[in-house]
Design a protein around this ligand. Structure first.
Ligand code: HEC
Length: 489
């Protein structure tokens, strides 16, 4: 599907490794034929085929041939032609005609690739022969994309990783002692100074794209599965897990004491997340271009939707609140950074200078400025108030694309991470360069500063995590965040 966040092109990635990871992450089981005695199920057997091969053109929005296949009801209504299915009679069903045709009538169309594999065509044929039934309990007008998503069960993360997992999000625990790093369907908790893995928290989400601790010490994480689903979930990772091989394990998929709240549920990945300084608001945005804001002043379990903002023409990569939480800063693949007035509920200004993808954004100068980073290699500070709103104040060159920016708590300092394989610190006001922290052997996609302002961690495409002392830029610990990666099997 066109709107999908195709997994690894979120950022640019070295090819060989990208391919390996892609095969691993996207491996789907071969289609299984239901046993002869068991009837074919529309939702379990047929809808997944339609989703993979047909929804791209026959979706809910302007479907080709006016045929919307994303609901059983609209499929049976037909498009420019009538109902393409004659129950019990595959030979009389137009749907079968288009699947087996070899001329321009064929679906998917000749120019769009191979025909459906024979087993899949046979399965559809059998389903029609059995009466083209809809599963009991499923409504004819149910959104099949959502129904399939709800039915999807996440795999368990591998005990030891066959490939390194790209680090796309990290956060220090509130005591600054541990580092939570996103893995493959899990969050892994490491001791920040020894690099030892202490806890694994299973998640439904395939990967985390952003995470941060809430004032109540619960961890809020945004992410999902590229092109499939996006979510924002809140976890209590402080709970004691059951110990497996010396490591604590928590079930953040099914255990409601661990995964305590889900906010939002979308068709594609959530990439960005922010909590306001007073801890009363959350904002998240991603591939559907929308930024949602929730009021959590009554606790995260009582989160109330406050706003749903569609202000960008492409994926939202970054969100941040102004210090007073009255404005929202956003960064997008549409090559702009923007400021939204949450009180007046309107767009305030656009900062266009990056002229390329803007990956990260924070509020600066006590909320008077925005600080954004992007594909143009620059760290840019710009005015967010008055007549000069949207005008550049100053910028600093990183040499290569800059993926994230974070403020350092309690210090007039920001940190960035980049394709130049470094994590750097900068004066938050003057953008004078501080330390350049290196030793990574790949693009650094995630950066996190510790709440006590003493440490910074960078996480790279190849799973490397390096923790540095922010005062002098020295290395504290380096480790790979993919559990068991170098273990002999
Ligand atoms: C690349 C886009 C594309 C894909 C993928 C695709 N279709 Fe189509 N489909 C079309 C177009 C375009 C038409 C209209 C053709 C016409 O009117 O001549 C159409 C028309 C149809 C129709 C006739 C609808 C009507 O009432 O006129 C059926 C049935 C159909 N497609 C089934 C399928 C099925 C089943 C799949 C998946 C296996 C599929 N299509 C995948 C583009 C696509």
């Amino acid at each position: 599907m066109m709107r999908s966040c195709s997994c690894l092109c979120v950022f640019r990635a070295p090819l060989a490794l990208a391919m390996a990871a892609l095969l691993w992450l996207n491996a789907s089981p071969a289609i299984a034929q239901p046993p002869a005695g068991k009837p074919v199920s529309f939702i379990n057997d047929i809808a997944p085929i339609f989703k993979e091969s047909c929804f791209g053109c026959h979706g809910a929005k302007s479907p080709k041939g006016k045929l919307d296949m994303t609901k059983f009801a609209t499929l049976r209504k037909g498009g420019t032609k009538d109902d393409p299915i004659v129950e019990g009679k595959p030979d009389d069903s137009y749907l079968m005609d288009v699947l087996v045709a070899t001329d321009k009538k064929r679906m998917p169309p000749l120019e769009s690739g191979d025909p459906l594999p024979k087993e899949k065509v046979a399965l559809i044929q059998r389903w029609i022969k059995e009466g083209a039934k809809l599963d009991s309990g499923l409504k004819a007008d149910a959104d099949l994309v959502r129904e399939l998503r709800v039915r999807w069960a996440p795999p368990a993360p591998p005990a030891s990783y066959p490939f390194p997992v790209t680090v796309t999000a990290m956060a220090f625990t509130p005591d600054s002692k541990k580092l939570v790093v996103g893995g493959h369907h899990e969050l892994n908790v490491f001791d920040a100074t020894t690099g030892l893995l202490e806890k694994r928290v299973r998640t439904r989400s395939r990967r985390a794209m952003a995470m941060t601790f809430l004032p109540d010490n619960n961890l809020i994480v945004a992410g999902g599965r590229p092109g499939e689903e996006g979510d924002v979930r809140v976890y209590n990772i402080a709970l004691k897990g059951k110990v497996e091989g010396g490591i604590e394990v928590l079930d953040g998929v099914n255990d409601k004491k661990v995964m305590i709240k889900q906010l939002g549920d979308s068709d594609d990945e959530i990439l960005a997340l922010a909590v306001s300084a007073d801890g009363k608001k959350i904002a998240a945005g991603g591939c559907d271009r929308i930024v949602n804001v929730w009021d959590i002043s009554g606790g995260v379990d009582k989160a109330k939707p406050e706003a749903s903002i569609e202000n960008h023409a492409d994926w939202v990569f970054g969100v941040a609140f102004s210090d007073d939480a009255k404005k929202l800063y956003t960064a997008s693949r549409d090559k702009t950074a923007k400021v939204w007035d949450l009180v007046a509920k309107e767009s305030m200004l656009t900062f266009p200078d990056h002229q390329n993808t803007v990956y990260g954004i924070i509020s600066a100068s006590g909320g008077k400025a925005g600080l954004s980073v992007g594909e143009d290699n620059q760290v840019r500070m710009w005015s967010a108030t008055g007549d000069k709103g949207g005008k550049s104040i100053r910028n600093a060159n990183h040499g290569k694309p800059v993926f994230r920016v974070a403020a350092v708590p309690g210090k007039p300092m920001v940190v960035t991470c980049s394709a130049d394989m470094t994590v750097r610190s900068w004066n938050a006001e003057t953008l004078v360069a501080g330390k350049s922290m290196s030793g990574f052997t790949d693009h650094v996609y995630a950066v996190a500063a510790s709440p006590n302002g003493n440490l910074v961690a960078g996480g790279a495409f190849n799973g490397e995590v390096r923790v540095f002392n922010l005062t002098d830029g020295t290395l504290v610990k380096a480790f790979n965040a993919s559990p068991g990666l170098n273990q002999k099997k």
